[in-house]
Design a binder for this molecule. Sequence first.
Ligand code: TYD
Length: 209
Amino acid sequence: MVSGQFISIEGGEGAGKSTQIRLLAEWLESRGIETVTTREPGGTPGAEAIRELLMSGSADRWNSRAEALLFAAARADHVDKLIKPALVAGKWVLCDRFVDSSRAYQSGGSGLADADIMALHAIGSEGLLPDMTLVLELPLAEASARAAARDGAATDRFGARNATFHENVAAAFRGYAQQDNNRFRIIDAAGDVETVHMHIVQAVGALLS
Ligand code: TYD
């Protein structure tokens, strides 16, 4: 059976994920590859409804455990109704964040066990993993300046957390990438948009052969 490729793009706030996903989708489409772009939390009506619960309200609206369960529930719907059907149809899926964000934010940032996040993922999404995960890395000071320029005062429940939280998230992403250099590629996101795009194309090109 033909199957498309599943690529997730990860990184902290302000790393430039949205721009790079758009450019990568255009690049793939220009090579005749049908591409679906989506995001987490969200991507389907059910998962977008859960996103609304997760992103709005005060920082302590949910504890880390409730949060992890909500992210896993949103992901279960997204995988079942959008990601798997697209892959089975031979399309490529580009996903802005996936399970590694739960690992980095709810485990690395908030202290839950990584094994518990993966257990929730096994229950919710049959443990589906991307074929490739790009981690966009940017020094924290630059990332928060970019995120502030983009979001202004409208930061969400996660953006509003302190520098230590975001440092732990960044360290977690790097750690997961170092543990599995088969699936992960670390992308230096500090350059200009075109340079970063070129690095991404080099990494993703390996999936085309
Ligand atoms: P979003 O507005 O999509 O942010 P960004 O532009 O940074 O991707 O918000 C998603 C937020 O949710 C982001 O702060 C990361 C967080 N998050 C988790 O904590 N766990 C998860 O599993 C996912 C998918 C996101």
